[in-house]
Design a protein around this ligand. Sequence first.
Ligand SMILES: [Fe+2]
Length: 368
Amino acid sequence: MTGFSIYAGTLIGEKEENGMGEILGVGVTHYPPLSGRDENMASILKRVLQDPDLPEQYRRPEGWPEPRRQEYGVDEGGSAALRHREALVTGFRKARRLLDDFAPDFVVIWGDDQYENFKEDIIPPFCVLAYESIEHRPWEEHRGANAWDEPKDKTFVYKGHRTAAKYLATHLLEEGFDLSYAYKPLHHPLGHAFMNTLLFMDYDRQGFPYPVVPFQVNCYGRRVISQYGGVASFANLPTDDRLDPPSPPPWRCFDLGKACARVLSRSPWRVAVIASSSWSHAFLTPKHHLLYPDVEADRALYEKLRGSDYQAWRQTPLAALEESGQQEMLNWMCLVGAMAELGRQPDETEFIQTYIFNSSKCFAFFRP
Ligand SMILES: [Fe+2]
């Protein structure tokens, strides 16, 4: 869409008042091992099992919950990995079909930054990445083969949408959200929350033609620098005095998502808003010895999602999310807030449960 100009700090669109904006809501995952081979699907678990500080009784299947033993099976999760990939790829193909049918002018992706682009020099609570374009070679630092057998120097190029990102930032600031924005990357071309989402939304490698507005949410909060936003061994888990300041609370992410929906509804664009993250993470759940995620807490939120009990989502305390290793669900808080604003119920959801592949994953689709 054209016809926009920046005037007195505000982006004025000639069709803005018409409220022509259409919004498609999508929830997915950016689970890193899906970009690798099946034999490495349980790589995070295998690392924990080798941790010398793991109490001996949890090292063997006899010390695990029954569903976890079942899933691990007699082949150390080999056949479960096949099923896991199949379920995830099916979800992504569905999401892609939905996206193509909707034909958005751009996509907004709410994703976390795991000590990739944002590090010691700055951790914004929220940051819109208003890039002109994105170029990244994800396999350069990738260990092992990737799922597509692509060469190390394979380059992916995506269009950004600076005008839309500035529009979003401008109007969110007007609504009272002290939003950060960036015109170029700081330390990393594109964090894996965004990059994997794009790679998985294009699992069949037909190309991804839609401009992308990555929207960073500081999900890792107290563990973003202290734990490098990632996996740590027992011995290296940060003590309380080393933890960082927190992430924005769930209610704030929810309200920000609501504001995004309001602002985008008034725009002239067709926009797909995508939340990208797995749910409870084993490596963020010390109460389970980092071995398996909090499936019960995930299930409880899933039922509330299916029942459109969005206020229950908004009222979830940050401490509860942290306790259950659900930090990354702050991305989903934004999506659920947006859908609450639009009065939208999910027309399709799927919860892909696992006790051995670090995190259960959820797909949710909210058609306009
Ligand atoms: Fe993540």
